[in-house]
Design a protein around this ligand. Structure first.
Ligand code: URA
Length: 297
């Protein structure tokens, strides 16, 4: 998916397109890699599910984005694909994407079960899947919206980093107060904050309605458009939390931008209103941050 168009990549293709160009053929393992004996290996290696879920190797590799069907067929015949560690030269060989390890030019290919997007949310858009007003989902091409939902909520007038995913488990983990995933905001503030505001934040502020907040960070971050800019770090996500915490120490939030969630930072080059897929590296970091799940790709 490119930043400009939120266009989806072929699901789960971990190979760079360049990886699908001509490279020295991988060394062949075993002899007689023929169509009749698809892998030059035991038949069982790719026929472990008794005929369910099997798909032609060339079709699967095409789906993974390794080239056009024609290119893939040619590449497989040249020995650039492996099934369960053995070279397979038969484009028509039936494989099971759930069970078999498929390599193309040495890179393991797999379906990405879920989609993960990072959006630079603009102001004026609702963080919801559907609403009578414009939502963050409306910013994504209709063909690519299916199953996506935002992780948490930013106010309509808040900008910045928003994760959208189809992965309910990760969403739940990121939102869980127990995980204490940090969210960092830059707030343009009018009014004068109490001198001990950073200390009040650090101690765990009590809001005007009696709501107790966890210890949070507050530090000056310069100014922007004539407003004092404050950096706020939260470990939770209560309703209008930044605005209410700033109000509790004498200020008024005029602008609000989220710049980080856990290990993810808002990419400087990502224009407002656009999104891109999380990189594999970002996904590993995110799963590490939530602590109990390994990103499986
Ligand atoms: N705190 C707020 O007040 N608003 C947001 O959108 C996020 C955090």
């Amino acid at each position: 998916m490119s930043p400009s168009g939120c266009r989806a990549e072929p699901a789960g293709c971990r190979a760079e397109p360049a990886g699908c160009r001509a490279e020295p053929a991988a060394p062949r393992v075993g002899a007689g890699v023929q169509r009749a004996e698809p892998f030059g290996v035991t038949k069982g290696c790719a026929f472990t599910k008794g005929g369910t879920g099997l798909i032609r190797l060339d079709k699967l590799l095409t789906h993974f984005g390794c080239g056009t069907r024609r290119q893939v067929i040619d590449a497989v015949r040249r020995g650039r694909a492996k099934v369960n560690g053995r070279v397979c030269c038969d484009p028509a060989a039936k494989v099971d994407p759930e069970q078999d390890e498929i390599q193309f030019d040495g890179a393991v290919q797999s379906y990405q079960r879920h989609r993960y997007l990072l959006m630079n949310k603009p102001s004026g858009v609702i963080t919801a899947v559907s609403d009578r007003r414009e939502t963050v989902l409306d910013l994504i091409p209709e063909s690519e919206r299916r199953g996506l939902f935002p992780v948490g909520r930013l106010d309509r007038d808040t900008e910045g980093l928003l994760i959208l995913t189809t992965d309910g488990q990760l969403c739940h983990a990121l939102m869980s107060p127990r995980r204490r995933i940090e969210k960092v905001y830059l707030a343009g503030v009018s009014g004068t904050l109490a001198e001990d505001a950073p200390q009040q934040f650090a101690n765990g502020l009590t809001l005007r309605d009696g709501t107790a907040c966890r210890p949070a960070g507050l530090s000056p971050a310069g100014d922007e458009h004539g407003l004092a800019l404050w950096r706020i770090t939260l470990q939770e996500g209560k309703y209008h939390q930044v605005k209410r915490m700033i109000a509790a120490v004498g200020g008024h939030v005029e602008t609000l931008r989220r710049i980080a969630v856990g290990p993810l930072s808002l990419p400087p080059g990502l224009p407002t209103g656009q999104c891109r897929p999380l990189t594999t590296e970002e996904l590993h970091e995110l799963f590490r941050a939530v602590g109990d799940a390994e990103y499986q790709g």
